[in-house]
Write a protein that binds this ligand. Sequence first.
Ligand SMILES: [Fe+2]
Ligand SMILES: [Fe+2]
Length: 141
Amino acid sequence: MDQPTKQQLVESLNQDLRLEFQSIVQYVQHVAVITGPEYTSTVDELKIHLTQELAHACVLAEQVAFLDGKPATTVPDVPVVTDSKGALAADLRLEIEQLERYRVRVQEATDLGLPDVAEALRPLLTETQEHVRDLQSALGQ
Ligand SMILES: [Fe+2]
Ligand SMILES: [Fe+2]
C-alpha cells in the first residue's frame, strides 16, 4: 500500500472524528433505550464508553488542527435499531471498524514521521480494543 500524503492523513483523521461523533450519538441513544435487568451492567459500561468517545473526538480534532486541517463537524447516519441486542451489535460493528482504522492510522502517522500524532492516537487504539471486548462479552461472544 502506498504511503498516504499528510493531506490524506488529515482526511482520514477527519473521518475517524466523524465516526467518533457517530459513536457519541449512538451511545447516547442506546444508554436510554437498552432495557432489561440482564443489561444493567452493560448500560453502565456504555456510559463509560460515551465519556471516552468524547475524549477520543477531542484528541482527533486536535491532531487535525495540529496538521493544519479543519476538524470535521458532521455526523454520519446512525443505523436504526429496534431491540437491545441489535443496538449492542451495531455498537460492536462500529467499534470494530474504528479499531481497524486506528491500527492503520497509528502506522500511517509513524510512516509519515509524525511520532507525536502516533503517540496521541495510541490510547484511542487501546480503549477501542477494550470497548470491542466489553461489547463482545455483553453479547455473549
Ligand atoms: Fe472512540
Ligand atoms: Fe469506543
